[in-house]
Every structure is written in structure tokens, then in C-alpha cells.
Design a protein around this ligand. Structure first.
Ligand SMILES: NC(=O)c1ccc[n+]([C@@H]2O[C@H](COP(=O)([O-])OP(=O)(O)OC[C@H]3O[C@@H](n4cnc5c(N)ncnc54)[C@H](O)[C@@H]3O)[C@@H](O)[C@H]2O)c1
Length: 256
């Protein structure tokens, strides 16, 4: 057994940049065809172009995961163009801040609360809901969702409570799906990354970054490639007996 994904079809939401781009490129490097689903059509096209250059099929889909109609359209197009979907990576997410500073609970605008929950949690539900029937028909599938260390702790750097609540919800959705979908050979797991170097994180201020870095036993933030390697493992045949797990990847920041 190995981690090759030859001719498997993966949908990666938020695949246009950051962790999602890294995951899309890593899965393609192992042979997968990839649907790069991102609300930003330009970055989605750019990543799809890199995948095609590497000799795999790629579909750039401009989709806002908060829209059930758009998600249904994206999945219909993926099935039409690529024939099947074997892997879903729920990666699209947002983490609002004010001037790079954490937003305290009493400062969260209710509309912003709804928006964070809509992207980070409901968006993942939309994608799972649209893709699960195809996986059930195939009697196989892998769903990996990118949660966060904040789902497990009362602290996580600049992430606010709305972000943490959305990621804890994503962890609960993952456990529930794992239980429900095991009879169909669909394995569902989530990642709980600590701090990873990406454009999202570049929004935090330098002082806050340093205060966080010194609390991490490995003494550095994680890389996109390290997260992508873990996703690759979880969607590969090597991880055939793992489901319902929320897997830490945090440099020892949280050891539980
Ligand atoms: N970077 C970190 O330190 C870190 C840590 C823990 C978890 N995460 C999670 O990892 C995921 C990726 O984070 P990142 O740092 O790469 O972020 P990022 O901001 O660099 O990239 C997010 C991508 O998602 C897309 N996106 C945002 N809203 C969308 C929507 N409604 N529909 C479709 N696409 C949408 C964006 O266009 C962007 O391409 C997020 O879910 C984030 O919460 C990140």
C-alpha cells in the first residue's frame, strides 16, 4: 500500500491559496485530478493551471461555499467533467480580525458571527451534503475537514470565539459523519492545525506572532506542505482504519 492517488478525483474548497493550494498541489502530485473550488476565480484558475501543467486534470470552479445553489452547481460540473468524486477536502475558511487583533466576544458583530459560521461550518455541510450521495453510490470516499486547534482550547492566538465555535462545530460534524457513513466505506476526519504560515495568518501583527511562537515547543509555525502531507496520508490507502479523528498538527503547542 502507498499514498498514490492515481486517477482519484478530489474537491478542495478554498483551493486558490494558502493551505488549500498546498493540498490541491500535493494531491495532484500523487496522481489525483483536482477540482479547485474557491470564491476567487483568478486564484482558482492559477492553481488549476499549475495542476494541468503537471499532467493532471483540473477544474477551476468559482464557488462561494455559503451558497447551496453554487455548491450544487460545482458538484454537478465536477461529476460531468471528471466522472466521480473520491475525496472532499473542506478547507475554505475565514478568520476575521480588527487591525490584526483578536476580536473579543462582546465585540463580535452578530452579522459577522453568522458569516464566520456560514463559511467555516455551513459551507462544509453544503459540500458534504452535495458529494455524499455520489460517494455512497461508489461505496467509498474520504472527507477531510480543516478545523483548528481553537476547536479544542479556550485560546488560539488571534482567533475569536466565532471562529473557534465554527471549528468546534466542524469537529462535531466530522465525528457525526464518520459514524453515519462508515457502513458505506466513507472515512471522515478533521485536522486541528495550530499556527500555519499562510496569507490568512499574515494579517496578525508581529508582536502577537512572536508571543505565540515562543509558546510552541518546536519553536516555529507549521508550513502549508506539512499540513498537505497529513491530508495526503488521511485520504490515501495508508489510512484505511482511521475515521472520526480530529488530528492535531501544532508543533506541540497543545499536547493532549
Ligand atoms: N493558517 C493557519 O494558521 C490555520 C490554522 C488552523 C486552521 N486553519 C484553517 O485552514 C483553512 C485555510 O486557511 P488559510 O490560512 O490557507 O487561509 P487563506 O485565507 O490563506 O485561504 C482561504 C481560502 O479560502 C477561500 N474562501 C474563503 N471564503 C470562501 C467561501 N465562502 N467560498 C469559497 N472559498 C472561500 C479564499 O478565497 C482563500 O483562497 C481555513 O479553514 C482556516 O480556518 C488555518
Amino acid at each position: 500500500m502507498d499514498c498514490h492517488l492515481t486517477n482519484r478525483v478530489a474537491v478542495v474548497t478554498g483551493g486558490g491559496r494558502g493551505i488549500g493550494e498546498g493540498i490541491a498541489l500535493r494531491l495532484a502530485a500523487e496522481g489525483a485530478h483536482v477540482v479547485v473550488a474557491d470564491q476567487n476565480p483568478e486564484t482558482a484558475r492559477a492553481v488549476a493551471g499549475k495542476i494541468e501543467k503537471a499532467g493532471r486534470k483540473a477544474l477551476a470552479c468559482a464557488v462561494d461555499v455559503t451558497s447551496w445553489d453554487q455548491v450544487q452547481g460545482m458538484v454537478a460540473q465536477a461529476i460531468h467533467d471528471l466522472g466521480r468524486i473520491d475525496i472532499l477536502v473542506n478547507n475554505a475558511g475565514i478568520s476575521p480580525k480588527v487591525d490584526g487583533r483578536k476580536i473579543l466576544v462582546h465585540e463580535i458583530d452578530p452579522a459577522q458571527w453568522d458569516q464566520v459560521l456560514a463559511v467555516n461550518l455551513k459551507g462544509a455541510f453544503h459540500c458534504a451534503k452535495a458529494i455524499i450521495p455520489h460517494m455512497i453510490a461508489q461505496k467509498s470516499g474520504r472527507i477531510v475537514s480543516i478545523a483548528s486547534i481553537s476547536a479544542k482550547t479556550g485560546w488560539a492566538g488571534p482567533a475569536g470565539a466565532h471562529y473557534a465555535a465554527s471549528k468546534a462545530g466542524l469537529a462535531a460534524l466530522t465525528r457525526f459523519m464518520a459514524h453515519e457513513l462508515a457502513p458505506y466505506n466513507i472515512l471522515c476526519n478533521a485536522l486541528a492545525p495550530g499556527r500555519i504560515e499562510t496569507p490568512m495568518r499574515a494579517l496578525s501583527n508581529a508582536e502577537e506572532n512572536e508571543a505565540m511562537r515562543v509558546r510552541i515547543p518546536l519553536g516555529r509555525f507549521g508550513t502549508v506542505e506539512e499540513v498537505a502531507n497529513l491530508v495526503l496520508f488521511l485520504v490515501s490507502d495508508l489510512a484505511s482504519y482511521i475515521t472520526g479523528e480530529i488530528v492535531d498538527i501544532n508543533g506541540g503547542w497543545l499536547i493532549d
